[in-house]
Design a protein around this ligand. Sequence first.
Ligand SMILES: Cc1cc2nc3c(=O)[nH]c(=O)nc-3n(C[C@H](O)[C@H](O)[C@H](O)COP(=O)(O)OP(=O)(O)OC[C@H]3O[C@@H](n4cnc5c(N)ncnc54)[C@H](O)[C@@H]3O)c2cc1C
Length: 227
Amino acid sequence: MAERTTHRATLVSVRRETPSISTFRLDLGAPLGHEAGQHVKVRLPSVGARRSYSVASPPGRARTIDITVERLAGGRVSGALHDRTRPGDVIEVDGPRGSFTWGCRTPALLVGGGTGLVPLVSMLRLARESCQPGLVRLVASVRTAADLPYRDEMVGPEVSVVCTRAGSSIQREAGRLRVEDLRDALIPGATAYVCGPKDFVAHVVDLLDRLGCPPGAIRTEAFGPTA
Ligand SMILES: Cc1cc2nc3c(=O)[nH]c(=O)nc-3n(C[C@H](O)[C@H](O)[C@H](O)COP(=O)(O)OP(=O)(O)OC[C@H]3O[C@@H](n4cnc5c(N)ncnc54)[C@H](O)[C@@H]3O)c2cc1C
């Protein structure tokens, strides 16, 4: 595992994913050395507070990483990133951190809600670049089709998208994730990687339990208010 380092990163570009979610490309000057699923701690000198953001880009030798951040109402760091940063700004990045990782060796079911999709898209990208086809399935849950980040990549036989809000469905009628959504995607022997808000993660773990998925085959990462 790569040693954790603090980088003085430069913001290279900002790409809008949805009305409230943008991807920020940061030049670290050297590869981060992360594994798919890990996160970094980000500090804006103008704000001071540190927040965790998952790395969306796949592992590799690039000296840039992408983080994808939802602008939360009243959010100190997410608000400042969206409203007050410009290309060329310096941002402190500390990492890589975390053990929510997948390395292309075993089958995986990735289940993400909202920005919980960020570490999972790093895994999906790694799978598409380097793994045998069929090793990964991704189930994405978003409020509406307009809330889906990485839209161009959320296609193909290994990806299914469920919208929770009525009238906005992409692939089936709107609603919370159900057992059937996961049953079809659960490859035999797969480890499930679940990421999103705390109640989303608890709901998905319950569905996986009902499908007979052993607790040892379920990995979770929950995003929530900073303590
Ligand atoms: C391991 C990890 C990885 C994460 N990865 C990502 C990521 O890839 N993209 C991303 O957008 N966020 C991610 N987060 C959440 C992120 O760290 C911050 O919590 C979030 O950006 C809010 O920070 P803020 O300073 O903008 O809001 P704050 O100023 O801390 O809070 C503003 C308001 O929002 C509420 N709030 C704070 N955090 C959340 C939250 N996560 N969900 C809902 N309400 C919240 C607070 O209670 C408060 O009312 C991750 C969290 C963890 C622990």
